[in-house]
Design a protein around this ligand. Structure first.
Ligand SMILES: Nc1ncnc2c1ncn2[C@@H]1O[C@H](COP(=O)(O)OP(=O)(O)OP(=O)(O)O)[C@@H](O)[C@H]1O
Ligand SMILES: O=P(O)(O)OC[C@H]1O[C@H](OP(=O)(O)OP(=O)(O)O)[C@H](O)[C@@H]1O
Length: 230
């Protein structure tokens, strides 16, 4: 069998992942039609390409269905509570940098910190009869972060995209999402809490600690890792 390398099948991470490997003499390419999720690996023996959603790569690594995978630190930490038992970080790739942050409406003049948010949340509940809503797709990381900060009077609402729009759409009062240039936050009149940084993320190459390997795959892995360290 061959060593399975999972990479994002589209979007901002795919092309940069391909060129990162290219610079190391490993050519990843998509094969078939534009829409077909098939690919190949040239320049090294015994490695096959698996094209996956960036969000599914953590789970595939943890289940041992792929041996290596490229995805963001944020997605690994969010989806795998025991990530360091299941995966090992091989190399940060130097792109896909983004910060997971908490942001509130820029017009909330007296809310700049988590303590302020906590106070605003209590007032909000008294006034509106329901808890202040924070929209996010990072449920686990946000809950853990807010618990550690002593903020409890809120509710998470699920948002799988266009999260910054939820405040304008009145489905949430605050958001927790990834920011890179900050443009989406600015365009949606949101500001980051001064102590609202939850996690710094970047695209990273991970190795599964649990994927079974035969002797051929083991030797392919050794060669692969050696190539990357050159
Ligand atoms: N604006 C950005 N700049 C840089 N990196 C970003 C940005 N937004 C998201 N990312 C990173 O890109 C990675 C993939 O995010 P994305 O939201 O595209 O994943 P996904 O929703 O699982 O993808 P898919 O739509 O294929 O399921 C994440 O690790 C994330 O941190
Ligand atoms: O700080 P910026 O450079 O503006 O980037 C941040 C935005 O990029 C991502 O969204 P994406 O483009 O993936 O769209 P989505 O929200 O629909 O997932 C992220 O969820 C932010 O919305």
């Amino acid at each position: 069998m061959s060593l399975k390398l999972g990479v994002p099948s589209k979007g901002r991470l795919m092309e940069k992942t391909f060129s990162w490997f290219d610079k190391r003499g490993i050519t990843l390419s998509r094969t078939g039609s534009d829409r077909e999720y098939a690919g190949r690996v040239d320049g090294i023996e015994g490695v096959s390409l698996v094209l996956l959603s960036a969000g599914e790569i953590p789970r595939e690594l943890a289940a041992g269905r792929i041996h290596l995978g490229v995805t963001g630190t944020d997605l690994v930490h969010e989806k795998l509570p025991l990530w360091d038992q299941q995966l090992e970080e091989v190399a940060p790739l130097g792109f896909g940098q983004a910060d997971l942050i908490i942001a509130v409406p820029a017009c909330w003049a007296d809310v700049d910190t988590l303590d302020d948010l906590d106070a605003a949340a209590a007032g909000f509940r008294a006034r509106h009869g329901h808890r202040l809503r924070i929209a996010t797709k990072y449920h686990r990381l946000v809950r853990e972060f807010l618990t550690a900060a002593g903020v409890a009077d809120y509710t998470l609402v699920d948002s799988q995209g266009a999260t910054e729009g939820t405040v304008k759409n009145e489905t949430a009062e605050a958001i927790a999402d990834i920011t890179s240039t900050g443009e989406t936050l600015r365009a949606n009149h949101l500001k980051i809490l001064s102590d609202g940084l939850i996690l710094r993320s970047q695209a990273t190459l991970w190795r599964s600690r649990v994927a079974p390997m035969d002797a051929v795959e083991k030797s392919a892995l050794d060669q692969f890792l050696q190539r990357l360290s050159q």
